[in-house]
Design a protein around this ligand. Structure first.
Ligand code: SAM
Length: 436
């Protein structure tokens, strides 16, 4: 009988109970998941293998016929900053770039974050030439000194193989199309304790609440339409990871959460440790009342009390509830502050990759004020409820501050605020501003 021992999982046999899934490749052309059972039925990618060169943060690389988006550069910047902070504090950094495309992230983790080792993996073997060429810009080393390797297999397969070899990583980057849920379990298994898992969703349609059955299947959350749908997208992504982690006896903490409307893309950096979520804290339900515009948070123990303070006869029709999902902080303030300092030290504060990183990180710090509730309030919604023109963001924020409310902008939605001011007072302020 084979006896496997694992230093970190509850059941060393969990993998044997869940054999390696059949190869599953996500088709970059249609951003949809296509399951195939043998290599002959792989989706074709129309790759003409011609070199197409791009630059990012001064690094030149070939994207050839691979899936590459310039708009994802900010997500790459944030990943590199987190990786560099990890290397600084832990002194070592081994990265698995599990769905690497052309390998741009792998190169950046090596060059900018000074990773000791990067395993660049992509299931599409047509990407091999481009990935290898790009990585060849970095000295490869050999044997125990190897700085990088390329592998061309299914992400679940490589992560499971690494786990079985007890070859763990400090950072795993899952840059998938659609939902990353199918990769989570093997990623947790292949990650070191205290390691970082950078997860993705590009599923903006689902976070809008129009496909609750799909969100239930992918993230274990029944998501309904609410005005702050893109924040719900981040919260269901974290919530899905919380659930999957707890199955294996792990606890995840979001270090930062990033939404970009290009794609759209939802990215979250999670720190993974042993333990369970205490008393389901931060993993619960959110309600929104279409009638009065107020939102509430409920733990599992409070489910029987779901209702709305406006409690008129329309409540049952007006109230929508989503969950379970992550209701805790989206960012760790101290951590983003460190990322901001590093970005400034590197001279990255500007807009070289399309987003002003300095502004973004400052907004993330501001929106992580613990006095601010989940969600954001769109000024268009306030204006429509107040029956006035949309007030200026600056004027609303300054009035709220004068009245003693906590308020910040939201990096997710440009014409929205995060505030602990109730909707009825936002409406009053919008009316007052109109009269001036
Ligand atoms: C969003 S792209 C990656 C982009 C890249 N990380 C970047 O920053 O430019 C997703 C990649 O995943 C690959 N892929 C799809 N399904 C996969 C699977 N099951 N395992 C490994 N790679 C997969 C695709 O070939 C594609 O290159």
């Amino acid at each position: 009988m084979i006896t496997l021992s694992s230093p970190k999982t509850l059941s060393p046999f969990s993998f044997l109970c869940n054999p390696i899934p059949k190869p599953q490749i996500q088709n970059p052309k249609f951003a949809a998941v296509t399951q195939y059972s043998d290599s002959n039925s792989k989706p074709t990618l129309d790759s003409d293998c011609e070199s197409v060169f791009q630059t990012e943060r001064g690094l030149k690389f070939d994207v050839g016929g691979t899936f590459f988006r310039h708009e994802s550069a900010t997500g790459r910047d944030l990943g590199v900053l987190a990786a560099a902070l990890y290397k600084k504090s832990e002194g070592k950094l081994r990265v698995l770039d599990a769905l690497c495309g052309c390998g741009i992230r792998s190169v950046r983790y090596l060059v900018e974050a000074e990773a000791d080792f990067v395993l660049a993996n992509d299931a599409n073997d047509e990407n091999k030439k481009v990935i290898t060429e790009n990585l060849s810009q970095v000295e490869s080393g050999s044997g125990d000194e190897a700085r990088w390797e390329v592998s061309l297999t299914d992400a679940n397969r490589i992560m499971t193989e690494c786990y079985l070899k007890r070859d763990f990583f400090d950072l795993i980057d899952i840059d998938s199309f659609g939902s990353d849920s199918s990769f989570l379990r093997s990623a947790f298994n292949a990650l070191k304790l205290n390691g970082l898992l950078y997860v993705t969703s590009t599923d903006g349609f689902s976070s809008g609440g129009r496909r609750p059955q799909q969100t239930l299947a992918a993230y274990g959350a029944y998501v309904r339409p609410m005005p702050y749908s893109n924040e719900l997208g981040l919260r269901m992504l974290i919530g899905g990871a919380v659930r999957e982690a707890s199955v294996l006896g792990y606890r995840v903490t979001p270090l930062f959460s990033y939404y970009s409307y290009h794609g759209p893309i939802f990215r979250v950096m999670l720190q993974v440790n042993r333990g369970k979520l205490p008393d389901n804290k931060h993993y619960g339900f959110i309600s929104y009342c279409n009638s009065c515009g107020s939102s509430q948070e409920y733990s599992w123990a409070e489910l029987g009390r779901i209702g709305c303070p406006c409690s008129d006869s329309k409540v049952s029709k007006s109230l929508v509830v989503s969950g379970p999902l992550w209701t805790g902080p989206l960012h760790d303030t101290a951590y983003i502050t460190e990322m901001l300092s590093l970005a400034e030290e590197w001279g990255w504060a500007g807009i070289e990759t399309g987003t002003d990183l300095d502004k973004l990180l400052n907004q993330m710090v501001a929106e992580s004020d613990p006095r601010l509730p989940f969600g954001y309030t769109k000024l268009d919604e306030v204006a429509s409820r107040a029956k006035v023109n949309s007030p200026s963001l600056r004027a609303v924020m300054s009035t709220l501050q004068k009245e003693g409310y906590a308020v910040s902008r939201s990096h997710i939605e440009s014409n929205a605020i995060k505030t602990n001011c109730p909707m009825e007072d936002c409406i009053r302020i919008a009316k007052q501003l109109q009269q001036r």
